[in-house]
Each structure stands twice: as C-alpha cells, then as structure tokens.
Design a protein around this ligand. Structure first.
Ligand code: PLP
Length: 403
C-alpha cells in the first residue's frame, strides 16, 4: 500500500487492479459511443461486449444475460423496483407484478432500502430471522415462505439472499436455501457482491435466478456493476432507468464504457488467480491466532461457521470501535467498523443487531478485510497498533469489562 499505510478494508472497496486501470485508460481514449455504427462506435461497443463476456464468465452465466449498471445499489433497486418478468409471467394478466419479498435483516442497506422503496403493499415484506452466527436457517426460510403464500397465494415470493456478508464475512448456504425457494415456486435473487475473488461464483450452482455484482469490490472501478440473469426468460419487467434502449432495453443511458471495461478486466484478473482465497485463509488464520494471543477475550464474529477467507470481524471488551478506528488510522492502518460503508460515520451495525449480538460487540466491532495482494506486514502493522491501544487502555486503567 502507498505511503507506508496498511490497507485492510477490501470489503469496503478493493484497490484498483492494474489491469483494470489499464483497461479504463484505454477505454477513456476510445472516443465512440457504443451505440454508433461507425468504426469508433464499434470499437467502444467491442470493449463493452468483451467486458460482458468476462463478467458472464466470472458469474458462470451467459454474456447475453448480463446487464451493466452503476453498481450493486442500482442493481438491487432495479430488481426490486422494476420487477422481474419471470414473476410477471407467473401472474397472467397482471400489469405490475406485486410479489412478496423475503429478506433477512443482515442484508446490505442497498437491498433493505431498495425493498423499502419498492412500495410493497402491507404484509408483502417478510423478514426472516438469522441465527446467532448470522445464518438463515432452512426452518426460518420455510416459515417465511409459508407467510408469503398466506399473504399472496398467487404470486411467487422473491427471496433476497446475500452470498456473503460484507461486515462479518459469514457465507450463507445459498444453494440449499435457493432449492427451498424454488420448490415453493419462488424467485431467488443473490447479492453476490462480496463473492468474486473470495469464493467460487456460479449462478447455476447457486440456484439463483438473478445475481448482482459491484466492480469495485474486486479490483474494478467504483460506480459500475452488473445484474446477471440465469436464463433468457428472466429479465427486468421494465428498464429501471428509462432511456435510449441500451443494455437490450434493460437500462437506459450511454454505457459507462471506461467503467465497464475496467470491470471486465478486473473480472478476468480474478479468474486468473484461483489460488487467491487459499492464500488469504492462511493470512487470516495467522492474524486471528495472533489476535487471540493479544486479547484472550476477543470475540470473533461468525468464527464457527463458513466465512469469507478475507474477513475478520472482531470485538474486544472495553475497546470501542469508534476510538479504535481513529487510533488505527493514526497508526497508518485502514480498517472498518459496522456498516460505515457509505456514511463515513461509525454507527451501530444493523447486521450485528439482527444477529442478536450484545451491545459491547456491536459497539466494538472492527472489520479487517484483506485481498490477494495483502502482505503479512500489513496485518502486523494492524496488530502492532492494536497492541499499543490495548496497552494504553491498561495504562489509563480503563475497565475491560464486557458490560
Ligand atoms: N451488497 C453488499 C454485500 C455490499 O458489500 C455492498 C457495498 O458495500 C453493496 C451491496 C452495494 O454496493 P455499491 O455501493 O457498490 O453499489
């Protein structure tokens, strides 16, 4: 990392991959509009279509089923607010399909707020509890599906399911849960944002009808993402952004060619290093061993269940995250806390709350997230800062009680 800092916040955003940077710069110098038929236009179109192939390959899908967006937030909004044709076709004659939507409280704000903004009739938004480890259980999902059937017997429920949580790294058993949703005639939408480069991603293996991605989480530029449909018959019911018919009529507006090209290059780069997750697991495990050594009373969230290989969310009694983040930053270490992803503020995490975590864990949760180029030296720097903070706390006599 530049300027001698340790960047341990890859779940917030990954540094731009050099190949993505190169692709962005090349695309910026390609003057054509991808919708123009002249040579310049065709050159820009070629960049977009090459990226579409790369993103499709990353998700195990078909290029024709990829729609580029401005990111995962737009993708979630498009899916929830424009509707899914497949759902519509299951309700003959309905002009606007209104389906019950099932989602757990651990979903990203992009999803939760998009559901809020969808203007669902009362009773159509169905929550599903998670276990203390942050998992949606089969039993809880079956209960939610039954509730959906009671509310709207003729409409297929739409299940929003996170592949992996950005704060805790906890990985949902998506394919198992998706099978239950499918059996109930429902539709599975997967927020796969934290997946690429960290775990295998295959839309068919997941059993998803739709998934969405954000480029900057895996080395692409910020402000570009994609919706990937599993099959040709699954589409948005209408363009969420109305315009000139771009993206097969699914998303209006001249394509962000540079961003899309960068996303394509990042997707290609991810697939070129399939061994990256294994390397990250080793670093993460070493980091967590050292963490346990430094603070025997550390709570590592989701430790007992399947987690992303790059994420450690931990809390130490008596160490409030708000202060720790500043101390880490002053020591040249970038980490994160709670869901401060967009707000720039440290606020209590709705994810940890949904998991029923006690107040001291919610107030103290610090997220360390690494990437394929992270070195142990960066993690050492984080540990050294933490050691200093703990020593300072002891010296000032602060209580380490887990009140
Ligand atoms: N979903 C998850 C799991 C995320 O981590 C994020 C970003 O933090 C998003 C959705 C939203 O992505 P973006 O802000 O790039 O639109």
């Amino acid at each position: 990392m530049g300027a001698g800092r340790a960047y341990l916040d890859w779940n917030a955003t990954a540094p731009l991959h050099p190949a993505a940077r190169e692709a962005v710069l090349h695309a910026l110098d390609t003057p054509g509009n991808p919708s123009s038929i002249h040579a310049e236009g065709r050159a820009a179109r070629a960049l977009v279509e090459a990226a579409r192939r790369e993103v499709a390959a990353l998700a195990g899908g078909e290029p024709a089923n990829v729609v580029f967006t401005s990111g995962a937030t737009e993708a979630a909004n498009a899916i929830l607010r424009a509707g899914i044709q497949m759902a519509c076709s299951l309700i003959p004659g309905a002009a606007v399909p209104v389906c019950p939507v099932i989602a757990a409280g651990i979903e990203h704000a992009a999803v939760l707020q998009a559901i809020d903004a969808a203007g669902l009739p009362s009773g159509y938004r169905i929550g599903v509890p998670v276990t203390a480890e942050g998992l949606v259980s089969a039993a809880a999902l079956l209960a939610a599906l039954a509730e959906a059937r009671a509310v709207a017997p003729a409409q297929p429920p739409i299940m929003l399911l996170q592949l992996a949580n950005n704060e805790t790294g906890v990985v949902q058993p998506v394919s198992e849960l998706a099978a239950l949703v499918r059996e109930a005639g429902g539709i599975v939408v997967v927020d796969a944002v934290q997946g690429p480069g960290r775990m295998d991603l295959d839309i068919s293996a997941l059993g998803a009808d739709v998934l969405f991605l954000s480029a900057h989480k895996f080395g692409g530029p910020k402000g570009v993402g994609a919706i990937v449909f599993a099959r040709g018959e699954v589409r948005l019911q209408r363009a969420f952004i109305a315009g000139g018919g771009q993206e097969s009529g699914q998303r209006g507006g001249t394509e962000n060619v540079a961003g899309i090209a960068g996303m394509g290059a990042a997707a290609r780069a991810v697939r070129a290093v399939p061994e990256a997750p294994q390397r990250m697991i080793q670093l993460r495990d070493e980091f967590e061993n050292r963490l346990n050594h430094l603070a025997g009373d550390v709570e590592i969230v989701g430790k007992g269940v399947s987690r992303l290989p790059n994420t450690t969310c931990f809390a130490i009694p008596g160490l409030p995250a708000a202060q720790a983040l500043i101390a880490f930053d002053l020591d040249g270490v970038a980490v994160s806390s709670g869901s401060a992803c967009s707000s720039g503020k440290v606020k209590s995490s709705h994810v940890l709350e949904a998991m029923g975590m006690p107040g001291w864990v919610r107030d103290g949760a610090i997220r360390v997230s690494i990437g394929p180029t992270t070195g142990m030296d960066e993690l050492e720097r984080g540990l050294a800062s933490l050691e200093k903070q703990l020593a300072r706390r002891r010296a000032t006599g602060q209580s380490a009680s887990a009140a």
